[in-house]
Structure formats: structure tokens, C-alpha cells
Design a protein around this ligand. Structure first.
Ligand code: GRF
Length: 211
């Protein structure tokens, strides 16, 4: 069994998708939030999953918070740390500690549009395609070896809300698949590239439900 620790900051719909996927060989060891009032914490607790909150506002520096967070996470002996809407910039010491065993999902087709307001940025840039990316976490924000990407069309009358909803559907499909690949030991890092064992050239690394 591989232990997963999932970090959230809010509603936790990606966390829910991963829990609901019941990934073979994976055990959700804990769901942790930096916001005690995160809706996703209650959802996880209702399902008997261990939950914890570590309020970043109680810490005087990013380093101090990240050190306390790492100690809390490591108490659950994680094989994989899953960032699922965890809205914190991470210190290099934290990302180094979990190198090769921490995934993030970002709602853009990286390397385009790291950071916030990705959907508005895609619309403003006139993109015809937007999407989401699952990647290993490195010290650089929203950067790192890409495991999988999902693409959606951008329509001329889209706004941030409509595009976000279309991308989120892909997030919920893609993230459990990527976590399952990690848990099955199918992901290998080769520099900035991720090699997926048994993958055929046309298999589901990129999903493009374009019409
Ligand atoms: C998702 O769009 C995720 O890609 C981004 O923040 C959002 C979190 O949503 N990092 P949820 O908490 O998983 O519902």
C-alpha cells in the first residue's frame, strides 16, 4: 500500500475525485489544510479520513510554516504528497524534501500561465485551447516535470467561470489517473520529462475532447 497525503486549501474537489477513484494500492493517510475552515476537510472527515489543519497565519515565516507542515506530513509516512488546490508558495527546502514524490495540478497548459487567474489569462491571450497540467513539484512555482495534460476548447463567449468549469472536469479525470500511475510505479523522471511505463504513443497522456 502506498500512503497518500493530500494538501488542500478550499473546497477540495480534486481531493474528492482522488478519494472517490479508490485507486488500487493507495491509502489516503490524511488530508491536510492550511485553512482550518476549508470545506474539503469536513468532507474527508465525514468519510473517516484523518484530517489536520495547520493555520499558516500562526507562523512568523514561510520557512517556519513549511517546517511544521513537513513534520505533520511526515507523521503519516507518505509515499506521495498530492497538492490539490493547495494555495501556498512553497519554500525550496520543502520542495527539495519531497522531490520526486510530490504532485500538483495547475489549471493551465503549462508552461503557459503559471500563477493565478489562469483562465482569464488564457481568454485575454486569445487562446483557442486551454486546460490543466499534472506535474511533479520543483522549487519553481507551477513548473516541473509534466505527467499529464488535459485540453479543452475556449469558446468566443467564455468567461473565467465557464472556462474554469470546463477545465475542472478535465482536472477531475486527469488527476486520479496520474496519481494511479505514480502509485503503480509507472512514472520515471528523465530530466524535465516524465516517462510513463507501458504508454503507447496514442494513449491518454493528452486528452483533447475538442469538437
Ligand atoms: C483547481 O482548479 C486547481 O487546479 C487549482 O485550484 C483549484 C482547486 O480546486 N490549483 P479544488 O479545491 O480542487 O476544488
Amino acid at each position: 500500500m502506498k500512503n497518500l497525503v493530500i494538501l488542500i486549501s478550499g473546497r477540495g474537489s480534486n481531493m474528492q475525485a482522488i478519494v472517490d477513484a479508490q485507486i488500487p494500492g493507495a491509502r489516503i493517510a490524511a488530508v491536510i489544510s492550511n485553512r482550518p475552515d476549508a470545506a474539503g476537510l469536513a468532507w474527508a472527515a465525514e468519510r473517516g479520513i484523518a484530517t489536520a489543519a495547520l493555520d499558516h497565519k500562526q507562523y512568523s515565516s514561510r520557512e517556519a510554516f513549511d517546517a511544521a507542515l513537513a513534520e505533520l506530513i511526515d507523521g503519516y509516512a507518505p509515499d506521495l504528497v498530492v497538492l490539490a488546490g493547495f494555495m501556498r508558495i512553497l519554500t525550496p527546502g520543502f520542495t527539495a524534501h519531497y522531490e520526486g514524490r510530490m504532485l500538483n495540478i495547475h489549471p493551465s497548459l503549462l508552461p503557459a500561465f503559471p500563477g493565478l487567474h489562469t483562465h482569464q489569462q488564457a481568454i485575454n491571450a486569445g487562446c483557442r485551447i486551454a486546460g490543466c497540467t499534472v506535474h511533479f513539484v520543483t522549487a519553481e512555482l507551477d513548473h516541473g516535470p509534466i505527467v499529464a495534460q488535459g485540453a479543452v476548447p475556449v469558446y468566443h463567449d467564455d468567461n473565467e467561470t465557464t472556462l474554469a468549469a470546463r477545465v475542472l472536469e478535465q482536472e477531475h479525470r486527469l488527476y486520479p489517473q496520474a496519481v494511479a500511475q505514480f502509485v503503480a510505479g509507472r512514472l520515471r523522471l528523465d530530466g524535465l520529462r516524465v516517462l510513463v511505463a507501458d504508454e503507447t504513443p496514442t494513449s491518454a497522456r493528452l486528452a483533447v475532447p475538442l469538437d
